[in-house]
Design a protein around this ligand. Structure first.
Ligand SMILES: C[S@@+](CC[C@H](N)C(=O)[O-])C[C@H]1O[C@@H](n2cnc3c(N)ncnc32)[C@H](O)[C@@H]1O
Length: 262
């Protein structure tokens, strides 16, 4: 894969492979996205860098668990070649392409029962950065997956960038409104019951409304419980991703390890 072009130019095989895959594969933008994707089992057919020594130094420092994989995978190109393929190159000068996980496998993961961790539903989200941040939170808390309804594509490159490569650590799919995973539906809304008095079960489906208009009438009508996050009077609402973070933290706190005895 790493054969150089005539006169020591860019590695033509890797560049050709990149060009062939770029239209359909998932762009992993930077060292950290590639690191996360590898840790969570992504298939990465091509990874390029214009500073392999720098990338391997980062790996030795921050991710020794994937250092050997990165050494074998990363192909060094000159900076101009890499920037022609990835115009907004990440400061770590690393970019890779991953195969998108199959929708069938993700749907199966989302439907599997019994469920040991909640599914997050974003009901018609609008902001790509918010969606990426939510996927990162879901991965961090070990949620079963993130489902979106509406028109936003949760695999849009901007969402993937915001997710820092963690789309591979949880099941991410867009679904029709009527096809939400089964399980008790807890919808987050400032008018609901205070979450501090609510136990969120492991098989909960946690729904959050859109940034502009909140929960849709459909999700609101189908909710088994309407739950609110504590908020001082005169504050209208929290940011969507922040709300997901607080709710997942509340769920995780029910499983907190016992305090160590002194
Ligand atoms: C930016 S808010 C939407 C605000 C919107 N103007 C509205 O009328 O609800 C996005 C979502 O975050 C969640 N959220 C924000 N603040 C909340 C709170 N205090 N309690 C429960 N959920 C909240 C809700 O799911 C909400 O639909």
């Amino acid at each position: 894969m790493s054969g150089t072009g005539e006169g020591g130019g860019p590695p033509v095989d890797a560049v050709r492979l990149w060009r062939g895959l770029a239209g359909s594969a998932v762009l992993l933008d930077g060292f950290h996205a590639l690191k996360h994707a590898l840790r969570f089992g992504a298939s990465v057919p091509v990874a390029l860098t214009s500073d392999k020594a720098g990338a391997l130094a980062l790996a030795a420092d921050l991710a020794p668990d994937v250092a050997d994989t990165l050494d074998a995978l990363l192909v060094e190109t000159d900076d101009a070649t890499l920037r022609a393929l990835v115009p907004r190159l990440h400061p770590t000068a690393v970019a890779a392409l991953a195969d998108r996980p199959s929708r069938a496998a993700n749907l199966e993961a989302l439907a599997r029962r019994p469920r040991t961790a909640p599914v997050v539903v974003l009901d018609d989200p609008r902001n790509l950065g918010n969606a990426g941040a939510v996927i990162r939170l879901a991965a961090g808390f070990g949620a079963t997956g993130v489902v979106t309804t509406g028109t936003l594509d949760p695999w849009h490159p901007t969402v993937v960038r915001g997710g820092a490569g963690l789309h591979f650590a949880t099941a991410v799919e867009r679904l029709d409104d009527g096809a939400l995973p089964e399980g008790p539906l807890f919808a987050l809304d400032a008018e609901g019951d205070d979450i501090r008095g609510v136990t969120l079960p492991d098989d909960a489906v946690l729904a959050f409304g859109s940034e502009r208009s909140g929960l849709s009438a459909d999700v609101r009508a189908r909710a088994d419980h309407l739950v609110s996050l504590p908020m001082r009077p005169q504050v209208s609402s929290y940011n969507l991703a922040t709300s997901v973070g607080m709710t997942l933290f509340h769920w995780s706190a029910q499983h907190a390890p016992a305090a160590a005895e002194s």
